[in-house]
Structure formats: C-alpha cells, structure tokens
Design a binder for this molecule. Structure first.
Ligand SMILES: Cc1cc2nc3c(=O)[nH]c(=O)nc-3n(C[C@H](O)[C@H](O)[C@H](O)COP(=O)(O)OP(=O)(O)OC[C@H]3O[C@@H](n4cnc5c(N)ncnc54)[C@H](O)[C@@H]3O)c2cc1C
Length: 398
C-alpha cells in the first residue's frame, strides 16, 4: 500500500491527510511539521474566531453558480474556479457540519464556527487525524524532499517571506513566483488625513491612478494612513505593483463612490436645502463632520463660508475632492500581523486537475505554498481546504 508524506501540518496538510485516510484507509500517511504542534496558524485565524470560508453570495449568478473569482483570488482565480467543481465552499460547510462543527454566516458573508472559537476547528481536525490513524512527526523541518522515503510527497508548507523559503523546490527545478506580502495597510505622507484618525467611511472607492487597481468598501483612517477592507483589498490586487514600486504610489480616494456629476448633484441639493447654514455644518451623505471639514479644507474653501455664498467654482472643486482626492502612499504596514503571501509555486508547474508537479509525478502541492492568494473573508482557508481535498482525491484515484 502507498506511503504518503505530507510536509507541513497546517490547514491544507491536515485536511489533505484526513481525506487521504478516508479514501485509502490502508495507506501510511505521515505529516512532517516543523513546529512543535499542528495548525498553529489556524488557531489564530480570524482574530481567534477562524473565518473558515465565505458564502460567496456576492459572486454568484441568478442560478447560484459562482462566477468570476478575479476579485477574490487576484492570483489563481481560474484554477480556484476549476477546483471548486471538486470541492466548493458549500462542500466546506457540509464537511465541517458533518464532523459536528456548527457554523454561522455573518451579514458580510464570512463563515465562522458558531462557538466563535478557532480552537474548535483545530480540535476537530486533530481528532479526525487521530481517528484516521495519521502519523504525526512534529519538530521535523524537511529541507530536502528527496530524503523522504515515502512513495508520494504532498508539499503544504504554506507561504514564505523570502525566496529562501522555497530553496528546497528550486533544487527540484520547480519554478516559484517571488514571495511578497499581501493584505497590508497604507502609510500616507499627508499629515492632514492622519488627523482623521479613527474615522470610518462606509463605502469608498480607492484606486491607484494610471493603473487598473481599484477597490470598494469600508475605509478606516488611522494615525499612519488607511486601513479597513477597502485598503486590504487594494493591497491584495496591487500587491506586485506596489512591491515593485517600493510601496510608493499615488492613492485616490472617492469618498462617496460616485461620479463627479453625481457628487455635484448631491452637493447642490444639500447646499440649496441649507442656504442659511455654514457649509462646514451640513451633512453630506453620512460623511462625519470631521471628514467633511477636511474636504472643505482640501478644496481651499474658507471654514466659515455660508452655503448661500458657495459659488459654482467652489462646488466643482468640492465635488472633485469628494470623488478624486489624491494622496501619496509612502510605505506599508501590516494588518494586525495578518497577511498572506502573494507568490509561491508557479501554477505553470502543476497539473491543473490534480495539483501534481508536472516534472515530478510523485510530488503534489496544496495550500498557500502555491501561487494562489485571496482578499480577506475566509477565502484563503477555502483555498487550503479545496486544494488539500483535490490532492487527496487525485492520489486516491491513481
Ligand atoms: C494572523 C492570521 C490570520 C488569518 N486569518 C484568516 C482567516 O480568518 N480566514 C482565512 O481564510 N485566512 C486567514 N489567514 C490566512 C490563512 O491562515 C492561510 O492562508 C492558511 O493557513 C494557509 O494554510 P496552509 O496549510 O497552506 O499553510 P500554513 O497554515 O502556513 O501551514 C504550513 C505549515 O507547514 C509548516 N512548515 C513550513 N515549512 C516546513 C518544512 N520545511 N518542513 C516541515 N514543516 C514545514 C509550518 O510550520 C506550518 O505549520 C490568516 C493568516 C494569518 C497570518
């Protein structure tokens, strides 16, 4: 019977091992894990709550079929779409529920264990590994896959910060894409925006001028720049571009996610309804007073001006700032230590149905070691479950 080595005991490795043993009960499956325990990262996912998948509601067509995944997986969207035919987000929900984990779907489509405790996921996977008889070797760093005696090797070593982390693959002539971080916050040079520290704006659109990179969602202004879902998404879409630009680039904020004409109409209406009031005191589409005053100051309009005094030129300027307010990104921060690696094993190196290395039929890949990564929302763990499952089902049919 086959012996299978799994290198890396994270989400992808453990999931793959359980599935393998359920399909091939007589196979000897061993997980080699560098650390002293399995699933260390899963334990801290989702702020300790583990956002293990997503309903993908916003990416489905009228028939409930998942459409383009470009906005979810900036790297690997075609492959993920294909692999969802093998193991989809619905399969993930069914899998965990069938193992006794009750799940809840939040309003924002993120799916968590009902217990709100990532350790429930860790303990469930550990219980299944034990139940299925998977051998566990912790404190075992594998630097050379060829040293392993097993018939098949599944590489699930996760993302790495530097190219050194993939050296063991280069030795096998397996090409990797340079690893760089994704999911980070932006440091901005402009001091005035930092005075808005703590401001939350519900639906902004961020873009990098002269590029295709754009994202929408909630923006949080911090004391160093910007954070929140819109920023993290843009950092993911533009991860390679920003890395090459040494994290220096312009950033345009559309505070209302509207066209300039629409913003102008909104502005005119608000001004007409509040003629006697000071411009600084009126309410524009839920923007906080602090932010509105910041925009007035960016438009170089007097603080104490009354609405009745605001002329066409000033309205145009205000609508331009509301929809196209440009700052300079001067660096990146990390999102509460949470980031994923953009880069890893080039998808050209693997069979798109089985995740088997084209050059080495005895080697398979799953999880973040592959050049697949997603925005936040449970999509990265979904990639680990889907790719782990795909490898297990590919080996079992051989
Ligand atoms: C703080 C944080 C929070 C996150 N929250 C979420 C979330 O809520 N939802 C979500 O979808 N994603 C989240 N992510 C991303 C998600 O955790 C990862 O994408 C996912 O864990 C990747 O799984 P993996 O098994 O491929 O890699 P990992 O989980 O990184 O596992 C790889 C394992 O391989 C081991 N290893 C590495 N090299 C070797 C070697 N040479 N020999 C032996 N073992 C080795 C490592 O020690 C590790 O245990 C979060 C990430 C972080 C950092």
């Amino acid at each position: 019977m086959k012996s299978i080595a799994i290198i890396g005991g994270g989400a992808a490795g453990c999931f793959c091992a359980i599935e393998l043993k359920q399909r091939l009960p007589n196979a000897k499956v061993t997980i080699y894990e560098a650390q002293d325990k399995l699933l260390a990262k899963v334990a801290i996912t989702g702020g300790g709550r583990c956002n293990l998948t997503n309903s993908f509601r916003d990416f489905r067509d009228a028939n409930g079929q998942i459409q383009s995944l470009e906005y979810v997986y900036p790297r690997g969207h075609r492959l993920m779409k294909r692999l969802f035919n093998t193991f989809s987000p619905v399969d993930t929900v069914n899998w965990f529920e069938s193992k006794g984990v009750k799940l809840v779907t939040q309003e924002d489509c993120c799916i968590f264990p009902q217990s709100q405790d990532a350790m429930e996921i860790v303990h469930t996977l550990e219980r299944l590994l034990k139940q299925e008889g998977v051998e566990i070797r912790t404190n075992r760093i594998i630097n050379d896959i060829t040293d392993l005696k097993e018939d098949i090797k599944v590489v699930t070593t996760g993302g790495k910060k530097t190219e050194k982390g993939y050296e063991f693959l280069t030795k096998l002539n397996i090409e990797t894409e340079k690893p760089i971080p994704s999911l980070f916050t932006f440091e901005l040079s402009d001091k005035s925006i930092k005075s808005l520290n703590g401001t939350v704006v519900n639906n902004v659109t961020l873009s990098i001028p002269k590029t295709k990179f754009k994202s929408s969602g909630i923006l949080l202004v911090t004391d160093w720049g910007t954070s929140g879902p819109a920023t993290l998404k843009l950092s993911s879409y533009a991860a390679r571009f920003l890395s090459e630009a040494n994290y220096k680039a312009p950033l345009t904020i559309n505070w209302l996610s509207k066209t300039q004409e629409e913003a102008l109409a909104t502005l005119k209406k608000a001004i007409a309804e509040n003629k006697l009031k000071k411009l600084s005191s009126i309410n524009i589409e839920g923007l906080t007073n602090r932010l509105w005053n910041h925009i007035i100051s960016r438009a170089e309009i007097r603080e104490d001006i009354r609405c009745s005094e605001v002329g066409t030129k000033q309205m145009n300027k205000l609508s331009a700032i509301l929809t196209s307010d440009t700052y300079e990104i001067t660096g990146k921060g990390r999102f509460k230590e949470e980031f994923v690696t953009c880069g890893g094993v080039s998808l050209k190196e693997i069979d798109q149905n089985t995740l088997q290395a084209k050059k080495h039929p005895d080697i398979y890949f799953a999880g973040e070691v592959l050049d697949i990564d997603a925005i936040t929302g449970g999509f990265n763990l979904q990639a680990a479950w889907t790719t782990g499952y795909t490898v297990a089902s590919s080996i079992s049919v051989e």
